[in-house]
Design a protein around this ligand. Sequence first.
Ligand SMILES: Nc1ncnc2c1ncn2[C@@H]1O[C@H](COP(=O)(O)OP(=O)(O)O)[C@@H](O)[C@H]1O
Ligand SMILES: [Mg+2]
Length: 272
Amino acid sequence: MKCGGKILFSSLKGGVGKSTSACLVATALAEDGYNTVIVDLDFRSRSLDLILGVSDKVLFTFDDYLLERCSADAVLIPVTGYAKQKRTHGEGKLLLCPAPSETAFEAAGEDAYDRIPEALLRLCEESGADYVVCDTGADSRIPLVVGNGFAELAIVVSEQSKTAIRAAETTAARLADCAKVREVRLLINNFNINAARHGGRAGILDMIDGCSVRCIGVIPEDRGMPERQDAGLLPHKASPVIPASRNIARRIQGIETPLFTGMKKERRRTVL
Ligand SMILES: Nc1ncnc2c1ncn2[C@@H]1O[C@H](COP(=O)(O)OP(=O)(O)O)[C@@H](O)[C@H]1O
Ligand SMILES: [Mg+2]
């Protein structure tokens, strides 16, 4: 397991792109050659099996693994369809641990929430993953449990809106107090340069300056994304979200990567 390889994606605000950016970054880590497990811990609004195009392969879910009703091999689904459109020649595997419904998870017992970290640690060991990426929902219970018992790096996702930035700052402050969290970083998602330049919305640099949480990267808006996600497909190969998520994956690996590496249009159009 990589040092700092236990990663949490979080925000107290819904719809800001936690699941999308978690999938993009996990894919980029796998494509860099790291074995990566992505765990869907948003039981209320589980989505990763659909986004990653493996919903027809779900037999077991995270609660089964927690209750030791199945092995790591049985619960983890190889994400082959998604990774097929490889951008590099990394050999890393991407594996998904799918989520149960909230009702099913609650049926796992009173202490099921408290046992999430122990199950995640076991999953790390049994899967031999280099990185484990946890996607969480907009309520605070699971992110705090994961931050207190598992995640070393918390990535707080925000959009351009002031309400999302405020939610990100609140989320970051709560996660910074968690026992295992060593670093909290801001990921700006769904960024629209035109809205920033002509629409009076916050620009990238305004956002980086105006938020107390250090930025780990910016993923631009890709209008084709919802449609492709519905089809369980990776973004189009020319989509700017691809270099953007690759840059974030590199920064997670500790590789210094300038903000707009591989993103010519964004670099050119952002007034520095
Ligand atoms: N960078 C992006 N460009 C365009 N659409 C995006 C982007 N990121 C997320 N979306 C869309 O926004 C919606 C919410 O994203 P999602 O990842 O489900 O948010 P969350 O997990 O925070 O609730 C989805 O329809 C998704 O396709
Ligand atoms: Mg989500």
